[in-house]
Design a protein around this ligand. Structure first.
Ligand SMILES: Nc1ncnc2c1ncn2[C@@H]1O[C@H](COP(=O)(O)OP(=O)(O)O)[C@@H](O)[C@H]1O
Ligand SMILES: [Mg+2]
Length: 325
C-alpha cells in the first residue's frame, strides 16, 4: 500500500507576504494586545531591509513588541540600553588580547534584530557608531571589516518628551530610518484585555509562547519578491513630486532627501504586496508617506514655535500634489 499524499509531496509555493503577516500578527498578538500597526511596521522593515524608530512614552510595549516580532521571525534578538557613558565599542565590539593575540570580540550589534533602547540618551559618537553599522551593514575595527548577520534590523526607541541630558539625533541620522512610528496608549478595551489575557502578575508576559513562523532565508526571498514589484513611471513621478513638494512648504526649512524617495518607494512596494498586488498604486504611496516622511522634515523655527507637527505638513503635501489616476 502506498500513500500518495499531495500535501507531502507539494513543493512550497512562492513566499507570500500576506500569509507571513497574518502568522506574525497571530504570534505577536498572543502577548502584545493591540499595537498591530507597530508590528506591521517592524515586519515590513525586516522584509525590505530598513530600520525603525519607535517613539513613545515608557511602558507602551515598545521593548516587548520588538522582542516578540524578532522571535516570530525566527531571528536573533539583542538589546542595547543606551546610557550617557557608553562608548562606540560598547556597540560594535573591540579587539582584546587573548593568549598574546589580538582577537575581535563582537559587540551587541552582531544580531538580526537589535533594539537600541533610548538612543538619544547616549552622546553623538556612540549614536554614530550604531548608525554607521545600520548604513554599512558592517563594522570596521582596527582595519578589519566584519559583516553583520542578514537580515539586520535596528529598532531604536526614543521618548517623545525631551529630557535633560539627551542628545537628539541629528537630521542626517534620522534620514537613515525607513520608518518612524509613534507608539501611543492602547485603546481602553485593549488595556482591559491586556489585564485579562495574562494573569502573570508583574512578570514579563510570556514571550516563550511565541513560535517562529519564518526564518532568515524565507525573509530574504520575500525581500526579493517585494523588490520585484512593478513601479511604473507615473507612480515614480508621483513619489518624486511628493518628495519635492516637502522642500517648498512654508513651514519647512529642510525637506525630504532623495534617500527619502528611495525609502518611500521601497515601503510602497511592500504595501502593494500586502494588498495582494504586484504593482504599486498611488494609494500605496499615500499610505506609506506619513511613517516614511515625518522624521525627515526639519521645520522652520516659526513653525516649531507655532506647534506645527510634521504630520500636518505631510498631510498638506498629500493634499497639494495631484494624485495620478
Ligand atoms: N499592548 C500591550 N500588551 C500587552 N502588555 C503590555 C502592553 N503594553 C504594555 N504592556 C505591559 O507593560 C510592560 C512594559 O512594556 P515595555 O515593552 O517594557 O514598554 P516600553 O519598552 O515601551 O517602555 C510589558 O512587559 C507588559 O507587561
Ligand atoms: Mg523599553
Amino acid at each position: 500500500m502506498t500513500f500518495d499524499s499531495a500535501a507531502d509531496s507539494a513543493t512550497p509555493g512562492p513566499p507570500d507576504i500576506q500569509a507571513l503577516r497574518q502568522r506574525v500578527q497571530e504570534q505577536v498578538g498572543q502577548v502584545v494586545i493591540g499595537q498591530t500597526g507597530a508590528t506591521d511596521v517592524v515586519l515590513v522593515s525586516a522584509i525590505v531591509g530598513g530600520h525603525v524608530l519607535l517613539e513613545g512614552v515608557p511602558g507602551v510595549a515598545k521593548t516587548l513588541l520588538t522582542n516578540c516580532v524578532a522571535r516570530a521571525l525566527g531571528m536573533s534578538f539583542g538589546r542595547i540600553q543606551f546610557t550617557p557613558d557608553m562608548l562606540p565599542s560598547d556597540v560594535t565590539g573591540n579587539s582584546v588580547l587573548l593568549d598574546g593575540e589580538l582577537r575581535f570580540r563582537p559587540g551587541p550589534v552582531f544580531t538580526n534584530v537589535l533594539l537600541a533602547d533610548e538612543i538619544n540618551r547616549t552622546p553623538p559618537k556612540t549614536q554614530a557608531a550604531l548608525l554607521e553599522s545600520m548604513q554599512e551593514q558592517q563594522v570596521s575595527i582596527d582595519g578589519t571589516t566584519y559583516t553583520l548577520p542578514q537580515p539586520f534590523l535596528v529598532v531604536a526607541t526614543q521618548n517623545p518628551v525631551e529630557q535633560e541630558g539627551t542628545y537628539p539625533l541629528p537630521e542626517a541620522q534620522l534620514d537613515r530610518f525607513l520608518f518612524k512610528v509613534n507608539v501611543g496608549y492602547p485603546a481602553e478595551t485593549d488595556e482591559v484585555s491586556m489585564l485579562l489575557s495574562a494573569h502573570r502578575g508583574l512578570a514579563p508576559t510570556a514571550i516563550g509562547d511565541i513560535a517562529p513562523v519564518t526564518n532568515a532565508a524565507e525573509l530574504l526571498s520575500i525581500r526579493a519578491v517585494v523588490e520585484s514589484t512593478v513601479l511604473n513611471e507615473t507612480v515614480a513621478s508621483y513619489i518624486v513630486s511628493l518628495i519635492r513638494a516637502t522642500r517648498h512648504q512654508p513651514q519647512v526649512s529642510i525637506g525630504a532627501s532623495p534617500r527619502a524617495a528611495v525609502h518611500l518607494m521601497a515601503a510602497s512596494k511592500a504595501a502593494a504586496r500586502l494588498g495582494g498586488r504586484d504593482f504599486v498604486t498611488p494609494d500605496d504611496v499615500r499610505f506609506m508617506a506619513p511613517p516614511v516622511l515625518r522624521h525627515r522634515l526639519i521645520l522652520t523655527p516659526d513653525a516649531e514655535l507655532e506647534g506645527t507637527r510634521p504630520d500636518q505638513v505631510v498631510t498638506a503635501v498629500l493634499n497639494s500634489v495631484p494624485v495620478p489616476r
